[in-house]
Design a protein around this ligand. Structure first.
Ligand SMILES: [Zn+2]
Length: 130
């Protein structure tokens, strides 16, 4: 299963990934705000300011201190149901929660289906060539 998505459902778990964020806590685009908006730290030496959404998996970098993580998330990934809520998970309605869950599961199923199709295709190619 997709442990990445399951594990990072918790804002605290997402927050803990930002051990070395490029901005301090007193700016709008701080680690806590990014975690709240669905992001997990995904940076490295070359891209120290990269963050990735745990639902839609969109990666964003080039953040500015004044950026609004919720706004940037929705701007760059209009079909992300997490970004569409534009508010803390703690304030979601049951409908919003179900919509995000449904989308996560659909993305997991589609990914498994693609892997299975690719595996079958590879096997088929081997058989007709061999
Ligand atoms: Zn997203």
């Amino acid at each position: 299963m997709d442990n990445f998505r399951k594990y990072f459902h918790s804002k605290e778990k997402r927050r803990q990934t930002f051990t070395s964020w490029v901005f301090k806590d007193d700016v709008r685009c701080n680690a806590d705000a990014l975690a709240e908006a669905g992001f997990v730290y995904a940076g490295n030496e070359n891209e120290p300011d990269c963050a990735q959404c745990f639902v839609c998996k969109k990666s964003l970098d080039g953040w500015e201190p004044d950026d609004d993580p919720w706004g940037e998330h929705l701007k760059h990934q209009k079909d992300c149901p997490f970004a569409a809520t534009q508010k803390s998970q703690l304030k979601w309605t049951v409908e919003q929660y179900i919509k995000v869950e449904k989308d996560c599961l659909t993305r997991i199923i589609n990914s498994l289906r693609e892997q299975e199709l690719k595996r079958n295709n590879d096997e088929f190619k081997k058989r007709i060539q061999g």
